[in-house]
Design a protein around this ligand. Structure first.
Ligand SMILES: Nc1ncnc2c1ncn2[C@@H]1O[C@H](COP(=O)(O)OP(=O)(O)OP(=O)(O)O)[C@@H](O)[C@H]1O
Ligand SMILES: [Mg+2]
Length: 297
């Protein structure tokens, strides 16, 4: 269906949802209301190939990222974890010359279909990065509220207040910041900034949260706090997390996907995916066993 044609680059700079396709539908949850129990969406990659110009970075990935579960992506440096993660919310195509082949479906809807607004996709499939990246001069409150104006047209002040509080509570940060919401985001510690970024990502009610090594800049205490938070967030969201920390994958994920590349310059491939416990105790592939037991990578 997708043939050999690389998909076109996304049009950049489109900031409205007006031309968006069906993928733009947001949660039915009332703004400011209590978080409703909901089934998150399934993200499915079908024969996904990713390129940087002529360089084939990721080859033929088929993977289902299941709702209300944490899927860990592991594998040695350079095997394409970040590249793959960024294709799941159409960020890959923001790199000049980068292209995608294959299908990625959110509950059966192709996020790369013609007419789907990539900005709307990124709102439904939110991302948390390796380095906490709050808007430094913006207040803590405004950091969390940053995506709301675009999301649902008019959000009243009281609705906004409620969403900010709920998101900060959900990110286990409310108690630490409720008396200084007007202070800049940069006034927080690294671990607090990462929780602020998680609050910002969840404030717009995404379906999926992608996290690229979200704890690599944090100390062990802050890391455990984020892991505990991830365990809470999966009740509402579908979560994929890249990590180099094997204990973290073992502790925090339900499913583990192991990526590898045969040699430098070759594309990365998904070698094996399965329940985390099985991947760590009885992997079917030798490369997986070598990696999880620390003999490789
Ligand atoms: N912007 C880019 N332009 C060209 N090649 C890139 C670009 N970003 C990444 N690559 C290449 O794509 C391949 C996969 O990189 P990627 O960053 O996805 O790996 P990774 O598994 O996330 O590694 P790490 O664990 O070190 O973060 C690597 O060979 C990398 O050099
Ligand atoms: Mg990476």
């Amino acid at each position: 269906m997708f043939g050999s044609q690389a998909k076109p680059k996304a049009e950049e700079g489109r900031n409205t949802m007006s031309q968006a396709g069906p993928v733009t539908e947001t949660s039915s949850e009332a703004p400011g209301g209590a978080p409703a129990a909901r089934r998150a969406k399934t993200l499915e990659a079908k024969e996904v190939n990713l390129f940087y110009g002529g360089f084939h970075a990721v080859e033929n990935v088929n993977m289902t990222i299941e709702p209300n579960k944490v899927t860990a992506l592991i594998g040695s440096s350079g095997c394409g974890k970040t590249t793959f993660l960024r294709s799941l919310n159409r960020m890959h195509e923001l790199t000049p010359g980068a292209t995608v082949r294959g299908d990625i479906e959110l509950d059966g809807e192709d996020i790369y279909a013609a007419g789907v607004d990539p900005v709307a996709v990124r709102r439904l499939v939110g991302m948390v990065f390796q380095q906490p990246n709050p808007f430094p001069t913006m207040s803590i409150y405004d950091n969390v509220a940053a995506g709301l104006n675009f999301n649902s047209g008019k959000v009243s002040k009281s609705e906004r207040d409620a969403i900010v509080e709920r998101s900060l509570r959900g990110a286990h940060l409310w108690g630490e910041v409720k008396d200084r919401l007007d202070r800049p985001g940069s006034s927080l510690s690294g671990g607090q900034q990462q929780r602020l970024c998680i609050a910002r990502a969840t404030a717009v009610s995404p379906e999926v949260l992608l996290m690229d090594e979200p704890c690599s800049a944090l100390d062990p205490v802050a890391t455990l706090a984020i892991e505990e938070l991830i365990g809470e967030l999966k009740k509402e969201f579908t979560i994929a997390i890249v990590t180099h920390n094997m204990q973290q994958a073992a502790r925090a994920s339900d499913t583990t996907a192991f990526f590898n590349l045969e040699e430098s310059g070759k594309p990365g491939r998904l070698i094996e995916i399965g329940p985390t416990e099985r991947i760590f105790t009885k992997p079917t592939q030798k490369a997986t066993e070598d990696y999880v037991s620390g003999r490789f990578g």
